[in-house]
Structure formats: C-alpha cells, structure tokens
Design a protein around this ligand. Structure first.
Ligand SMILES: [Zn+2]
Length: 368
C-alpha cells in the first residue's frame, strides 16, 4: 500500500514538473532566430569543416594514440562516423571515406565537403612527435582519398608550422590541391602568435591558402593547451594578410579572464580577411551562440557553413535542444531526416541561418 502511495506521489510530482515546463516553454517560445529562407538553388553548399577517421588500417598512415583509443570518446566518434573498429581493420581506413561519399551523394542540401587532414605535434628537431600526438591524419592520405571522389571532396591540408620543412609541405599541399590549412593549435602545440611562424604565414598568403584554425577551448581530446585557442593570437597571420577562418567563432573558454567569443568580435572590423565557421554551434554545450552569432552585426558577411562531422552526427547535436526556437513538429521532422548533411543543414536553416552563409565557403576558398 505504502509503495503504491509513494509511486502515485512521484507520478503527481512528475506530472506537475512536466506541466510547468510545458507552460514555461509556451511563454518563452521565441521561434526561429531569423526567418528561415529556402535553400539556395544556384550556388553550391560546401561544408568547410569535416573530419575523417583512421587508425592506420590498410597502410593509410593514420594514427590514433593508445590513450585516445582507450578513451570512451573514441567509440563514440566511430559511431558518429557510422563505423566500427572491425570495419576499419577489415577493409582499411578508406572505408570511412567511402561511407562519407555515399552519404554525401545522397544529400540533397550539401554538394561538397572539405575533408581535413590533421598533422601531429612536432619535437624540437622539427620532426613529427608521435608520443605527444593524439591523432595524425597525413596530408598524403587525405589528398589521395579526395582524388577518388573529385566531384564531392576538397582537400583540407594540415601542416604543423614547426616542422623543419614546413614551407615545402605547404607547397606540396598546394600542388596536391589543398584549399586550406587546418590547425587545432591547442593539441598540435602551435602558438599562432609566434613570430617564428612569419615565413610560414607569408608563404600561405603567397599560395592563397586560408588558415582554418580551431578557436576556443578544445575538449575532444584527452589533453589540450587552451591558451593557443585564444583568437587574439590570430592577429599575426591576419596582419600578414592571410585569410583566417576561426572555427566555431571561439565559442568556448576564456583567456585573460575574458570569454574567447568576446575576444574575437573586436578583430572583425579590424581585419576584413577574418572569417568564422558556424560548425558546432548547434551542440548542446553551445546553446545560445547561434542566436548571438546571427544577430551580431560584426559577424555579418563573415559566417561560413561547417558541420564539424562527426560531432554533428552524435548525441551532442539534436533539433530537440531548441524547444524555444522550433515547434515540436519541426524538431521531430528535422530529427527524422536520415541523411546527416541534410539534417545538419535543415536544423541550421530552421533556426534562421541565411542562404548566403551556407554558400559563402566556395567564394572564400576560391573553388566552384
Ligand atoms: Zn573540428
């Protein structure tokens, strides 16, 4: 009897909480951030920020540190890619690329994806330092994979500028078709403000290679130096005329007691060569930032579409995290879209991301 009473009490309290939440939602519902527009029909939508997986299977040269392989995140990432470790071992790392290609061909919204290499940490001799590297996805591997699907993929190179032959690597990457250089300074141990990198930046500018640099905290790996994610450190390449794309608009973490997001905004009017990507802004840990970004006058004309795949295909991202912007029908409809890229674009479109943000990458990368 007592148990039954207790259960019914819990039930009543739960019902009350749900009713309060529902009423609160009705009252706080704001609708989309900007009015949603139809998808662009003329210009291409290119995802400027997508990762690929590799463990070195099939002689790919990719590397994932034992620490990260043992980390619980590793299997979650593989699931986000729609992969299992067995599949990689059996068919080689390139199966990851084949799967992405199949999905992309099925996508109605997205026509191209920049696949990102990821260089490792570098030792004092300027050589790859595997013990300090968590993930290494070689340029040669990504360039070769992109060539297998030239209608779908663009090559995003990654070169640690502290490599002793970094300038040669830059030229090789450009010759292999690179459309940008990607860094995650926090884990590659790169200080973007280091004057020693000046020659590297000058070469980037000469080769017309933009720098896509992770900004803000980095929490996808087991360790990181977050001072290198400070957007203010990008002033050196910006002042040297390099086109810089600050990934995620520095939406996490602080430096010198100030939010990184607040630290990037004053740089925009100062440097017309500074862009940002909206990848990861629909993640649950960044709620509210899409709203800020779409309303921020200094970001007008600077936002680029990116997904941060596979993070966008994990529990971190869902239409259900936007109950104040989207109707129940919209959240359900978007969540049920099977294709990852269509779902990602549909969510951003429903929130009010304008078509020009979706199509701006092609012009900034100089591709068509
Ligand atoms: Zn990323």
């Amino acid at each position: 009897m007592n148990i039954l009473k207790r259960i019914s009490k819990v039930f009543v309290v739960l019902l009350l909480i749900i009713s309060i939440l529902l009423v609160a939602r009705e009252l706080a519902f704001t609708g989309s951030i900007l009015p949603p527009s139809p998808l662009p029909t003329q210009a291409k939508i290119i995802d400027i920020h997508a990762h690929i997986a590799g463990i070195g299977a099939g002689g790919s040269g990719c590397y994932v540190s034992p620490t990260l392989q043992e980390n619980f995140r590793f299997n979650q990432y593989l699931a986000g890619f729609g992969l299992t470790r067995q599949e990689l071992e059996q068919h080689g790392d390139s199966i990851a690329v084949d799967k992405i290609a199949t999905r992309l061909r099925d996508s109605r919204a997205v026509q191209g994806v920049v696949l990102l290499a990821l260089d490792g940490a570098v030792d004092t001799q300027g050589e790859l330092d595997l013990p300090r590297t968590e993930i290494y996805i070689p340029n040669e591997y990504v360039a070769a994979q992109v060539k297998r699907y030239p209608d779908l993929f663009y090559f995003g190179a990654s070169i640690n500028p502290y490599r002793k032959d970094a300038l040669t690597h830059l030229e090789q990457a450009k010759n292999a078709g690179a459309v940008l250089v990607k860094w995650i300074p926090n884990i590659q141990h790169i200080d973007p403000a280091d004057p020693k990198l000046t020659a590297f930046y000058q070469k980037m500018r000469e080769l017309k290679l933009p720098l896509l640099s992770h900004t803000g905290q980095e929490r996808s790996f087991s360790s990181a130096n977050d001072t290198y994610g400070d957007p203010k450190r990008l002033e050196l390449p910006l002042s040297l005329g390099v086109t810089v794309i600050a990934a995620h608009i520095a939406t996490t973490g602080k430096n010198q007691g100030e939010d990184n997001y607040q630290r990037i905004l004053p740089l925009l009017p100062q440097y017309p060569n500074l862009y940002v990507d909206i990848s990861s802004l629909t993640q649950i840990n960044k709620l509210g930032f899409m709203d800020k970004a779409l309303r921020e006058p200094r970001l007008q004309g600077r936002l680029l579409y990116g997904s941060d795949f596979p993070l966008s295909n994990m529990i971190l991202t869902s239409a259900w995290y936007f109950p104040l912007n989207l109707t129940k029908e919209d959240m359900r409809r978007i969540n049920n879209i099977p294709n990852h890229w269509d779902r990602d674009v549909a969510l951003k479109q429903a929130l009010g991301v304008p078509p020009e943000v979706l199509t701006r990458s092609a012009a900034v990368l100089g591709v068509n």
